[in-house]
Design a protein around this ligand. Structure first.
Ligand code: GLV
Ligand code: MN
Ligand code: MN
Length: 399
């Protein structure tokens, strides 16, 4: 029997990023594959039966695989330079919760599975929650297979070289039917849980969010020989567009919009770029407001680009509506954990995708600074261990 803290300790060296700090555990990178092997080993040591489905989702079964099972889990991939907890905390807590239940002599009345979803962050192929979107059919299969990583590898080729058959990737109603209820434990990604009081919360909703690519096209040229007046520099347009994104979101209550990634092409110090690709992440509780925000950002971007002698193109890469978790399941969890606060989140999760198809819920564990997607993401040992006990209570109560 191991605690969450001990389990997380055992993977603390996997995928460390010495350049960015924290962890870079992109899906199907050596680091993420090592974590997947670690999980399989941990599950087998607990006598769980492990299988990987046709979308690369790992299932570890306590009891026979069956329809309507209770399922818990999270992901092991990270953002570039991410923290130690976003994803692995939910997976390690699930393993620890099984230990706690077994230690209490509990045998499940219905089967329980722990799942590990691939590419939750969308850090490699651009679409977050790719595994759960494929499982449920929330993404078009051809679109998914043709996604490319920064090196130009398609998702289809990457899946194939990791033992999956691209012809069988896509909606999997049999696997989905096995999820009777889904509960994901996750590090809290805000400061919703104060320093005092319970370190655990029950999730209520996830903010609607999406990703868009803005490509600014200009004229590639020589940095030394091109007079300032003669330039069509997409980097200069991009800089102004980023400010316009910030201003548009700042002027809209409850909106968040971020440009966190930008690629100049070709990307040379003495080269005026010919194109700049940038990715916009925008979120708001009201999907119609998000749509209007994106329209206004695109209109501003077109004006800015034109003034710099450039043009700009916008494409939507993914969108997830605002999600409200299953009220009966959340009420059941509230009864099992009386007095635990209820929190909304601005972060996306596989539980949010699954919520459109099966009763889903979340538990959050205190993160005192609220910092996440950063090496500074933090959970105190006692909160992590209390989280696993709470998850064990919830799973035990629902089984
Ligand atoms: C995932 O963590 C997201 O909210 O983008
Ligand atoms: Mn994340
Ligand atoms: Mn996560």
């Amino acid at each position: 029997m191991e605690t969450v803290t001990q389990l997380l300790h055992s993977i603390q060296d996997v995928g460390r990023d010495d350049v960015r700090g924290g962890y870079s555990r992109a899906v199907y990178s050596t680091a993420e594959l090592d974590l997947r092997s670690w999980f399989v080993d941990q599950a087998q040591r607990r006598g769980l039966d492990v299988e990987t489905d046709r979308n690369g989702i790992i299932w570890a079964w306590w009891g026979k695989p069956q329809e309507g099972a209770l399922v818990t889990g999270s992901h092991l991939d990270s953002v570039p330079g991410g923290g130690a907890f976003d994803g692995p905390l939910g997976v390690a807590s699930a393993l620890a919760a099984v230990d706690i239940l077994k230690n209490r002599g509990r045998t499940p009345d219905r089967s329980l599975a722990i799942t590990v979803f691939p590419e939750e962050e969308g850090s490699r192929f651009g679409v977050a929650c790719l595994g759960s979107r494929l499982l449920t059919g929330a993404i078009d299969v051809d679109k998914a297979l043709n996604l490319r990583d920064a090196d130009g590898n398609t998702f289809a080729d990457t899946a194939r070289s990791n033992g999956l058959d691209p012809r069988h990737i896509g909606p999997d109603p049999e696997s989905l039917a096995r999820i009777g209820q889904f509960v994901e434990l996750h590090v809290e990604q805000g400061k919703g849980l104060g320093a005092h009081g319970p370190g655990i919360a029950v999730g209520s909703s996830i903010l609607g969010h999406g990703r868009w690519k803005l490509s600014v096209h200009g004229q590639g040229n020589h940095a030394g020989t091109t007079l300032m007046a003669d330039r069509s520099d997409p980097m200069v347009a991009a800089a102004q567009i980023i400010v316009a994104v910030r201003d548009a979101a700042a002027g809209q209550p409850d909106a968040r919009a971020t440009v966190g990634r930008l690629t100049p092409v070709p990307g040379g110090t003495n080269v005026i770029a010919s194109r700049v690709d940038m990715w916009l992440d925008a979120r708001h509780p009201d999907d119609a407001v998000t749509a209007r925000l994106i329209e206004s950002i695109y209109a501003a971007a077109q004006d800015i680009a034109a003034a710099e002698g450039c043009s700009v193109f916008l494409t939507e890469e993914s969108y997830s509506d605002t999600v409200h978790f299953d009220p009966p399941l959340s009420r059941q969890i509230g009864d099992i954990l009386p007095g635990v606060p209820v929190l909304a989140t601005g972060a996306g999760h596989d539980a949010g995708v699954l919520a459109g198809y099966v009763p889903s819920a979340m538990l959050f564990v205190r993160n005192p600074s609220g910092i996440s997607h950063s090496p500074e993401e933090y959970v105190a040992d006692e909160d992590a261990d209390a989280g696993a006990v709470a998850l064990a209570e919830v799973l035990g109560g629902l089984l």
